[in-house]
Design a protein around this ligand. Structure first.
Ligand SMILES: [Zn+2]
Length: 221
């Protein structure tokens, strides 16, 4: 006997005998970090990236960006040491995979791009919390957006029959994503939370100014 997929409103057969989700919901969970989680796109993040870029610009006389770049650099140095360690002795596959993936991102993407994207994710999470079904979904989407800065989630290969180059999009396992998400959060999370808080404060200030203006209008004689 088979179980029915537990995703709301699905009703398909579970993918495996003891599984709780059908194959498409299983894939969604792996790819997006939660059932019902939609992909956060580059377009979704655009506004938040602009806010982050503006704040970095506003603070350009402070060593903020340099420090963030150093923190990102430290993640890459750490990933390098993990990769070296993996050459010398056996290691859990996910850890090695996470290190290799981080190094590929480091090689292909400008640090400033990674930083802006990650901080923008924190601001978006703060302003649109309903866009993220869970912490794991947020972590997964954050890693997805960072990987999306390069084409590295696609492996190119040549079709023997047609001679055409094809791209195969590779999904990382949940555990690899969790490790990567953890490293990114450790390096840039505190700044992300701070940026989100400052954006919120600015927003509240604007609202207060608007209310004060309305009050002033209301008390006019
Ligand atoms: Zn399903």
């Amino acid at each position: 006997m088979f179980y029915i997929c537990q995703a709301p409103g699905c009703g398909s057969r579970a993918a495996t005998r003891y599984g709780i989700y059908c194959s498409s919901h299983k894939a969604q969970l792996r790819r997006h970090g939660a059932i019902g989680q939609r992909a956060i796109t580059k377009a979704d993040l655009k506004l938040y990236r602009a806010l982050v870029a503006a704040r970095l610009e506003k603070n350009k006389d402070k060593p903020l960006l340099t420090q963030l770049e150093a923190r990102w650099g430290a993640v890459l140095t750490y990933a390098e040491s993990v990769r070296e360690e993996a050459r010398r002795k056996p290691m859990v596959r996910y850890r090695r995979e996470a290190a290799i993936e981080m190094l590929r991102i480091g090689k292909n993407v400008q640090p400033g791009d990674v930083i802006e994207t990650v901080l923008a994710m924190y601001v978006m999470q703060d302003q649109q919390p309903r866009c993220f079904k869970s912490d794991q979904a947020f972590r997964t989407q954050k890693v997805r957006r960072v990987r999306g800065l390069t084409r590295l989630n696609a492996d190119a290969w040549t079709d023997a029959k047609t001679g055409k180059r094809k791209l195969v999009y590779r999904d990382l396992g949940q555990r690899t994503v969790t490790i990567m998400g953890g490293w990114i959060a450790e390096a840039l999370g505190p700044a992300g939370i701070m940026f989100a808080r400052l954006e919120r404060k600015d927003h509240e200030k604007k609202q207060e100014a608007l209310l004060a203006f309305r009050d002033a209008l209301g008390s006019m004689e």
